[in-house]
Design a binder for this molecule. Structure first.
Ligand SMILES: [Zn+2]
Length: 165
């Protein structure tokens, strides 16, 4: 069985299920049935408002947001599902951290649920740099369906890369 790069870290039975969906030509239909809802977060300004609103709801006390933009140079996998850089600067004797959030442009056209998932992912990085247990606890706190959405996002990216109908 050929490894699907987006799914490489998942258990065998889930990878098998993805292969079946592809071979049976059902992946595209499955995704559009489940994720028919698009979003209108089309610009960097709207993205910023969207990220800020989610942050206000769930992570009010964490560091202030820095720049928030769509970035066409980001590759989703290479940059581990989006990226996050910490920009620290000294202000007086306090170290102030602010965070820049860049979201790969592919999410501008992706279903609403996947944009929400990737923003939740990046917001969780405001508090937790690594993909560890407390990172994923933060993710599921903000989006209870986080794990299913991340898996389905990987199916979506697979489908898109393969250029399937
Ligand atoms: Zn990450």
């Amino acid at each position: 069985m050929e490894t699907l790069k987006y799914l490489a870290g998942y258990p065998q039975h889930l990878q098998l299920r993805a292969h079946e969906l592809i071979e049976q030509g059902r992946l595209g239909a499955m995704l559009s049935d489940k994720y028919g809802e698009s979003h209108t977060v089309r610009s960097d300004a709207l993205l910023r408002d969207y990220v800020q609103a989610l942050k206000d709801r769930h992570l009010r006390k964490s560091v202030p947001l820095g720049k928030v933009i769509y970035d066409s140079k980001l590759q989703v996998m290479k940059h581990a599902l989006g990226t996050h850089t910490r920009i620290s600067r000294i202000q007086g004797d306090k170290l102030k951290a602010s965070r820049e959030i860049r979201i790969a442009t592919v999410f501008r056209d992706a279903p609403a649920a996947f944009l929400r998932m990737i923003v939740v992912h990046e917001l969780a990085h405001l508090k937790e740099a690594e993909h560890n247990k407390s990172f994923y606890q933060l993710c599921t706190h903000m989006e209870p369906d986080y794990h299913r959405l991340e898996f389905d996002l990987r199916l979506y990216l697979t489908h898109r890369d393969l250029g399937l109908p």
